[in-house]
Design a protein around this ligand. Structure first.
Ligand code: SF4
Length: 403
């Protein structure tokens, strides 16, 4: 297996990205009102209509609330749509050939995360994963999904598990609550479909030691009162190794969902922490999983504190250790998809990440993150900001010894 500890040098020398998030598509077979991605503007729209967001103060973050110009999404039903909506192929998505070229310009990765949209709507997801596996040897490959396409997901995941045997393959299924709550947020019938996928994937666990199955729940004002219930429910799914609770973020179509109660978030993270420490909740099987569990505990506490203090609490390595690639080739340091954070586009730079990072715009973005104290609550970036910051190690060790 590719050890996560190969990247230890990056603790001292943050010279190359170890964490790449690839948004494979904007297409989705659901329309969830807490999703931030469909409203992201294309690079052609970058630089227009600036309105400041509430979630950062240092970098000149801005967003655009006028989503009316963004085709092809139908109006959002309250709480999402469970029926499979027709999903046209999106023009302009990076092709396999382009992905092959751009992945060759990037070194070894600790963490490769796919995102979207529903990533399994890309018919070539197995080939895409193979390309990154061959060239970048990621220790961990994360595939999040709403879990609606049971047969497609199971077949494709098995193909990925077979081919990418030296990487840990993590599939995260989205569950927003028990059946009634989940369906009210994602659409009628979606809970049962996702559970069907869980049972189908669970059968693969014994045959593939590199396979990890997890659940992700988005914490929002809609389900914040039902968190105990969902944590309890997930704890009874015996093949689930981790349950992550991600705080709602970004420009979502129903802004009221962001009116979360900080105290309820704190209660939730305390429960997750105590379950880990009392061994009620399992951890991943891969080498370093205990460290990851300790980091999860610290990360949630820092997110809670960031919500209260509304400032950057620890340095952010986005742009240096993390990069985000969109389905049309835009490169960002993180998932703050605002014009000022765009570092460039791989199509303009010969599919070469190094060239993107060397341009003046990218340097300005990184300088701005380091010096202007921008902040957010996004879990993925806390992960690298904790694991690659030696100042966090005494606290990390303390948690490590308790999980
Ligand atoms: S990940 Fe870092 S750079 Fe991006 S918004 Fe959050 S604090 Fe700023």
């Amino acid at each position: 297996m590719y050890s996560p500890f190969r990247h230890i040098i990056s603790v001292l020398w943050k010279h190359k990205p170890v964490h790449l998030t690839v948004f494979l598509t904007k297409r989705c077979n659901l329309r969830c009102s807490f999703c931030f991605y469909p409203v992201r503007k294309e690079s052609s729209q970058v630089g227009r209509d600036k309105k400041h967001t509430e979630f950062s103060n240092g970098v000149n973050l801005s967003s655009d609330a006028d989503n009316s110009k963004i085709p092809p999404y139908p109006p959002l039903a309250k709480g999402g749509r469970g029926d499979l909506v027709s999903v046209p192929t999106q023009e302009g998505e990076l092709t396999l050939n382009e992905i092959e070229k751009l992945s060759s310009s990037m070194g070894r990765l600790l963490w490769l995360a796919f995102s979207g949209g529903e990533i399994f709507l890309r018919n070539d997801i197995v080939e895409i994963t193979k390309i990154f596996y061959e060239r970048n040897k990621p220790s961990i490959i994360l595939l999040p999904t709403n879990g609606l396409l049971t047969d497609v997901i199971t077949t494709k995941i098995e193909a990925i598990l077979k081919h990418c045997s030296k990487s840990t393959i993590v599939v995260k299924l989205s569950i927003e609550g028990t059946e009634q709550m989940h369906d009210s947020m994602r659409g009628k019938g979606s809970f049962q479909k996702t559970m069907q996928t869980y049972h189908a994937l669970a059968k693969l666990i014994e045959n593939y030691p590199n396979f990890e199955l997890g659940i992700n729940t988005v914490f929002s004002s809609a389900n914040q009162d039902n968190m105990d219930e969902v944590i309890e429910f997930v704890s009874k799914l015996d093949k689930i190794k981790t349950h992550t609770v991600s705080l709602i973020r970004g420009d979502v179509s129903d802004a009221k969902l962001k009116d979360v109660d900080v105290e309820k978030y704190r209660e939730t993270i305390r429960k997750l922490e105590s379950n880990l420490k009392n061994k009620k909740a399992p951890i991943y099987r891969f080498r370093g999983a205990r460290l990851k569990a300790a980091q999860d505990i610290m990360q949630r506490r820092l997110i809670h504190e960031t919500m209260i203090q509304k400032r950057q609490l620890i340095p952010c390595y986005a742009g240096r250790l993390n990069l985000v690639l969109t389905e049309t080739g835009d490169v960002f340091p993180c998932e703050s998809f605002i014009p000022e954070m765009r570092m460039g586009n791989v199509r303009d730079e010969g599919y070469n990440f190094k060239r993107v990072l060397m341009n003046e715009r990218a340097k300005r973005v990184i300088h701005s993150i380091q010096n202007n104290g921008c902040f957010c609550t996004h879990e993925c970036y806390f992960m690298t900001n904790i694991l690659f910051n030696p100042r966090m190690y005494p606290a990390l060790l303390k948690e490590y010894l308790q999980v």
